[in-house]
Design a protein around this ligand. Structure first.
Ligand SMILES: Nc1ncnc2c1ncn2[C@@H]1O[C@H](COP(=O)(O)OP(=O)(O)OP(=O)(O)O)[C@@H](O)[C@H]1O
Ligand SMILES: [Mg+2]
Length: 304
């Protein structure tokens, strides 16, 4: 999971996909590869790991320490049990849900072949244990992207299904930047090719998610003036046309997440209970559930 810029909703959407995947019974894990800002613990509501884990000894610590070769394995946090006040134990029928956090106050680091090898070894081990491994990569043309491309190109991982999801907001700048990140110089396909990925296969394994989208026809805009509503509809149409032209239109779309007031104020997992007590919208949960199912639906990933 990557995005052209920060603040797109990549992490909170990814965390909710992980949550929905585990709820549906699939063993799921989530890796915080946003090395410059390791805060996955906040979204998963694990208070003591809100900004990564502290471990300093020979066998404790987060992904930063593991990837740099300082510890043999990174910490794995059990979301069902390590959590704050809202969750107690694994729900009936749910699969394990595990977060691999970064190191507290960890910062971004460069790329080396050793780091890529350790990353590939980790992915392979997780592939044995989990049905879904989500990797939250830092935004833009980042080392984290480079690392994931290099690791998934290694011979042992070539046989493993790897998919790329680019999250972006529904604005001209984001649509442009998302298409550039995927298809242009220095982007996912170009960089992947350098590591031996086949460009066509990489392109087939790439989809886009539009986040925090205000529906230009929905009830949220009904209270606006007539001119403003008409203007929003025109913006929406222009964006659809831009996305189509840049190769990230309907056929490359994995899904759309509506603008959700709760998420605007708080990065969190949205539970069915949040919906039934009326603080979160059922539509948002449906969008997360649909994204999760589409990740696993091979027909979605057939040749464009
Ligand atoms: N569907 C949504 N509706 C409203 N707000 C949202 C939605 N999705 C995400 N947000 C909010 O947008 C902000 C950015 O989201 P998030 O942190 O998940 O993005 P990110 O792409 O991971 O950013 P970063 O690169 O900084 O890690 C957060 O405050 C989040 O709560
Ligand atoms: Mg994030």
């Amino acid at each position: 999971m990557t995005s052209p810029t920060g603040g797109t909703g990549r992490s909170v959407t990814g965390a909710n996909i992980a949550y929905r995947s585990a709820l549906s019974g699939r063993p799921t894990c989530y890796l915080d590869y946003d090395f410059g800002s390791p805060t996955a613990g906040t979204t998963f509501e694990i208070p003591w790991a809100a900004n990564g884990v502290e471990g300093t000894g020979p066998d404790g610590g987060g992904l930063h320490r593991y990837l740099r070769g300082e510890i043999p394995a990174p910490a794995q946090l059990d979301v069902w049990n390590g959590a704050g006040t809202r969750r107690r134990g694994r729900p009936i029928g749910a699969g394990p849900l595990v977060v691999l956090p970064g190191q507290r106050y960890g910062s971004d680091f460069g790329f080396t072949d050793d780091i890529a090898r350790r990353c590939a070894e980790l992915f392979l081990r997780l592939e044995e244990e989990f049905d879904l491994t989500l990797v939250d990569l830092s935004a833009g043309r980042s080392y984290a992207n480079q690392l994931a491309l290099a690791a998934t190109a290694t011979p042992v991982l070539r046989k493993v299904t790897a998919r790329w999801v680019v999250f972006h907001r529904w604005t001209p700048q984001h649509v442009t930047a998302a298409a550039d990140l995927a298809f242009e110089a220095g982007g996912i396909i170009a960089m992947g090719k350098e590591y031996g990925h086949e460009p066509e296969r990489l392109r087939e394994s790439l989809r886009f998610v539009r986040t925090a989208v205000l529906s230009s026809h929905g009830p949220e805009v009904q209270h606006l003036g007539v001119a403003q509503q008409a203007f929003l509809r025109r913006c929406d149409a222009e964006l659809s046309e831009l996305a189509r032209r840049r190769g990230i239109g309907r056929y490359a779309l994995l899904g759309t997440v509506p603008l959700d007031p709760l998420l605007q104020w708080r990065e969190q997992l949205i539970t069915d209970h949040d919906v039934s007590r009326g603080i979160a919208s059922a539509e948002t949960v449906r969008a997360f559930a649909t994204l999760t199912e589409r990740l696993f639906d091979d027909t979605v990933w057939e040749t464009l």
